[in-house]
Design a protein around this ligand. Structure first.
Ligand code: 13P
Length: 261
C-alpha cells in the first residue's frame, strides 16, 4: 500500500546516533518485532540505523526472526578501501545487507566538517554498491531567522545530487531536518515542515525534472514523537520521519510506526 495522494510509500527510520551497544540493539529489535503487528508494517517501510558495531547483530536478528524492517547505517566513507583509519566503506556495509545509509546528517556536517562535496561523493559511492542514501538537509536557527532556509536546502540538494543519475535520484530518500528542531523537543509545525519540503522537492525538480522529483520520498526529522507523528504524516507532502531520541525506546518507536492507528 502506498499513500493514495502521493503514490509514495511512507518510510519511518530510526537514527540511534551513538546510543545502544549490540546487546541492547538485539533486545530492542526483538522487542520491536513483538510490539508490531503485520498490519503496522503493511505499507510503511521501517528502517533501523544503529551504530556500526551493532549492524551485524541487528542484521542477524532481523534475518533469523524475519522481522519486516530494513537495516540502515548512519554514515560511511566514499572510498571503497584504503588508508582511512577509523572509517567504514560502503562495500563493507553492502556485505552486511545494509539497505539504507544516512548521508550528510547535520551532526556529521556540523561536528565532523562534512562538506557538500563529500556528501555528493558519499551519495555516489552508496549507490555504486546498490544501497539507498538518506540525504539529510536542513537549516540552523540563525539561517531560519535570517530568511536563508530556502537557499540553504536548495544548495544542499543541488550539490548533493550533482552528477547523480536521474533513476538514482528518484529512489534516494531525502530527510528535511531543521537543525533547531533536532533533540530540542521543538518540532517544526506540520505546515512549516511541509512548506520547506515543497522547496526541497522543487529543488530536486530543478536538478532532475518534476517527474523524478515527484517520486522522491522526503521525510521530516526533528523532535518527532508518538504525540506529533500523526499530524506530520497527515500532510501529503511529508512521506515519513527520521527519528532520533524517540527511536531509542521500542515502545515509543512502535507507537510512531503505528501512526495510522
Ligand atoms: P531527534 O528526533 O532526537 O530530534 O533527532 C532527529 C535526528 O537528528 C534524526 O536523524
Amino acid at each position: 500500500m502506498t499513500d493514495t495522494t502521493s503514490g509514495r510509500t511512507p518510510i519511518i527510520a530510526a537514527n540511534w546516533k551513538m546510543n545502544h551497544d549490540h546487546f541492547v540493539a538485539i533486545q530492542f529489535t526483538q522487542k520491536l518485532s513483538y510490539l508490531l503487528d503485520k498490519k503496522d508494517t503493511d505499507g510503511v517501510e521501517v528502517v533501523l540505523c544503529p551504530p556500526f558495531t551493532d549492524l551485524r547483530s541487528v542484521q542477524t536478528t532481523i534475518d533469523s526472526d524475519r522481522i519486516p524492517v530494513s537495516l540502515g547505517a548512519q554514515h560511511c566513507h566514499f572510498e571503497e578501501q584504503g588508508a582511512f583509519t577509523g572509517e567504514i566503506s560502503p562495500a563493507m556495509l553492502a556485505k552486511l545487507t545494509v539497505k539504507y545509509v544516512i548521508v550528510g546528517h547535520s551532526e556529521r556536517r556540523e561536528i565532523f566538517g562534512e562538506t557538500n562535496e563529500m556528501v555528493n561523493a558519499k551519495l555516489k559511492a552508496i549507490w555504486k554498491f546498490n544501497m539507498t542514501p538518506i540525504l539529510c538537509v536542513g537549516e540552523t536557527l540563525e539561517e531560519r531567522e535570517s530568511g536563508e532556509t530556502d537557499a540553504k536546502v536548495q544548495a544542499q540538494i543541488a550539490a548533493g545530487f550533482d552528477g547523480v543519475a536521474k533513476e538514482q535520484i528518484a529512489r534516494t530518500v531525502v530527510a528535511y531536518e531543521p537543525i533547531w528542531a533536532i533533540g530540542t523537543g521543538r518540532n517544526a509545525t506540520p505546515e512549516d515542515a511541509e512548506a520547506t519540503i515543497g522547496v526541497v522537492r522543487d529543488a530536486i525538480a530543478s536538478v532532475a525534472g518534476a517527474e523524478v522529483s515527484e517520486q522522491v520520498r522526503i521525510q521530516y526529522g526533528g523532535s518527532v514523537k508518538p504525540g506529533n507523528i500523526a499530524a506530520l504524516m497527515e500532510r501529503p507532502g511529508i512521506d515519513g520521519a527520521l527519528v532520533g531520541g524517540a527511536s531509542l525506546d521500542p515502545d515509543d518507536f512502535a507507537r510512531i510506526i503505528r501512526y495510522r492507528s
